[in-house]
Design a protein around this ligand. Sequence first.
Ligand SMILES: [Zn+2]
Length: 164
Amino acid sequence: MPGPEHGPARSAAPGEEGGVAVDGCVFCAIGRGEADADLVAYRSGDVCVVPALLQRENNPGRTLVLPVPHVTGLDGTPPGLLREVFGVAARVVSAVREAYGAVGSTVVQNNTAPGQVLHHLHVSVVPRFEGDAFRIPEPGLSEAPREVRLARASALRRVLAREA
Ligand SMILES: [Zn+2]
């Protein structure tokens, strides 16, 4: 019987650490392998990596690192899961250089920011290129065609599969 510190009496699925899946949450669905399985470039325990839907023309290859459990911000995420999320993010920072020819990257992450729509924790790795004029916040996002995201998933998958 969960105590009051565990919140409402909802049971966590096996392997979840501090979060329960939320109906209608697209990142929960991806994390559980129920959606966009073909876009997952890497998966390690409680974390997966997918090319982002919203892309900036000058920074192709923006990539999301997602925990499988539904957590909404860094402050509500158990330390073990944080280590895993940022450990994988560090690998993606390296991978986007090789997969996309980026010179570096910028990592961004919202915690209930104004205008934020998806509240499932996600760390964005933005590949950086000379002269890209990247700024935060960025209003110039447009949707990437699925075939483009599939190609990017494939490029990342090849790099990330090499070492565990
Ligand atoms: Zn979720």
